[in-house]
Design a protein around this ligand. Sequence first.
Ligand SMILES: *Cc1c(COP(=O)(O)O)cnc(C)c1O
Length: 409
Amino acid sequence: MKQMIQAAEKRCEPIFQRIDEIALFNTEKVLNALQRHQVAARHFAPTTGYGYDDVGRDTLEKLFADLFAADAAIVRPQIASGTHALAMCLFGLLKPGDELMYASGAPYDTLEEVIGVRGCAEGSLREMGVTYTEVPMRDGKLDLPAIRVAMKPQTRVVAIQRSRGYSSRPSLMPEDTEPLAKMLHSEFPYACLMVDNCYGEFVCEKEPTQYGADVCVGSLIKNPGGGLAPTGGYIVGRQALIDRVSYRLTAPGIGREVGSYAGSYQPFYQGLFLAPHVVAQAVKTATLAAAVCEAMGMGSTPAPDAPRTDIIQALELGTPERLIAFCEGIQMSSPVDSMALPEPWDMPGYQHQVIMAAGTFVSGASIELSADAPMSEPYTVFLQGGLTYSHGKLALTRTCEYMKKKGCL
Ligand SMILES: *Cc1c(COP(=O)(O)O)cnc(C)c1O
């Protein structure tokens, strides 16, 4: 098994070289931004109460705006998850009578309840009088002609999701944003383009805001937190849009002026500094997993040498036995909760049983090595994260050995 992994790694070497180049580029980008904003120990200090003039908070927001080439940013530990950040953005930008369009097909599962297309719709956009429409992707690309036809005068937010999430369509590259942004800005200037950027940050050299996206949204316990941010989310974009969203963050008229954090901001800054490197470790782990899968005659998307835009790797294991053994193996190879045994369970909101492996320092952080899968055909597992490539490689080796011992490889 070790030899097989070694051979797969050998084949990945030229790909790893390109990943290192991107990490170097993005590290320089972050380093330059930290220096430009003269980050110092005073920015790490905790604050209490209203948090007026919280320089740690304000500077972190300026850094994010700078890195995304955006006017402004909201970056807060009070944002509880990626879904919270996306919901805040949508509720900030949409008014009763407006329409939301998802132009990359069905959104991430948790967004369905925010929109109100699944569940009881209580508190959802639908309950507030916001209508919804969806344009599927075509041949793995955004379908511009279909989007143009589906645009209405009340379509105020056009959303796309960069990462495939747990669907079978390909992920979108940051540059795929550009033709849609150009079309919207010239033909439908009243609409804004929002990108769900979860899992995409620092995988490429540029972000969707650099290709015309009006707002970009993500989670700090994924890529941009670098494995150190303990919680939080971000929204970056045009000033007027960020202002509107900030009134949902706190209250109209108050916006980003308040919000304290009694913990230190240091992990947010240090995590951002580490993020390009950590993301590269995760992308290398994903690439190796794809190469190993291929060597064993199983399918994987993306293929080992395909260009990447997110940290997710789908591995087509083919049988329920392999799927369970793979998740058990990843869990057993984790630095935390290695004694836990993952089991398929009826997760709320999912059609099939789901099995998840995550032995993480930050609870639920998927920038740390983790795997999840619905217990259904074609028994594909989604692997993501890995704080260090060494751990990724070790975990894959141990998992393959475990699967072999269990007789399913
Ligand atoms: C993770 C993710 C979300 C939701 O984030 P949570 O932190 O799980 O709420 C939304 N969209 C995409 C593409 C994601 O990967």
